[in-house]
Write a protein that binds this ligand. Structure first.
Ligand code: 5GP
Ligand code: ZN
Length: 134
């Protein structure tokens, strides 16, 4: 298996493991955005968020909820970002689904999600197109 995270799950590659249960593992990111940057992933290999069964997504969310509290306290952060880079265009480098927990500190100079302003008619068109599918 070529997947780096599968190798970590199997114990064939080392990691700074902070948590493990039957279905999940969590470990420190090797190139942390901030100290305490943690990755939470299922032990089974799924490519991305939408490929992952919903019951496993629920497990991941519950673990991320529990771990985010511990991680932020451990590194002295109050806030954090929680997210998934889903697909190459979105910045996904490892094709094994994982949540990032990124502790945030005052003046840490990270500026995610710059906002755009869209015209009212475009917002309405987008809303309508999405609502047709949900
Ligand atoms: P992605 O871009 O796929 O959402 O995030 C992949 C993350 O995995 C990156 O933040 C990267 O630093 C981290 N990473 C890549 N290779 C390794 C590794 O071998 N070990 C650990 N612990 N993290 C890794
Ligand atoms: Zn994998």
């Amino acid at each position: 298996m070529e997947c780096i995270f599968c190798k970590i799950v199997e114990g064939d590659l080392p990691c700074y493991k902070i948590y493990e249960d039957k279905r999940l593992i969590a470990f420190l990111d090797i190139n942390p955005v901030n100290k305490g940057h943690v990755l939470v992933c299922p032990k089974d290999h799924y490519l991305n968020f939408l490929d992952t069964p919903v019951d496993l997504i629920k497990d991941l969310i519950v673990a991320a909820h529990y771990l985010a509290a511990a991680v932020t306290e451990a590194v002295g952060a109050k806030d954090f970002n929680l997210g998934i880079n889903n697909g190459k265009i979105a910045g996904q480098m490892i094709d094994h689904v994982h949540f990032h927990i990124i502790p945030r500190f005052t003046n840490d100079n990270l500026h995610p999600w710059p906002g755009k302003t869209l015209a009212d008619d475009e917002m309405k068109r987008i809303m309508g197109n999405i609502k047709k599918l949900v």
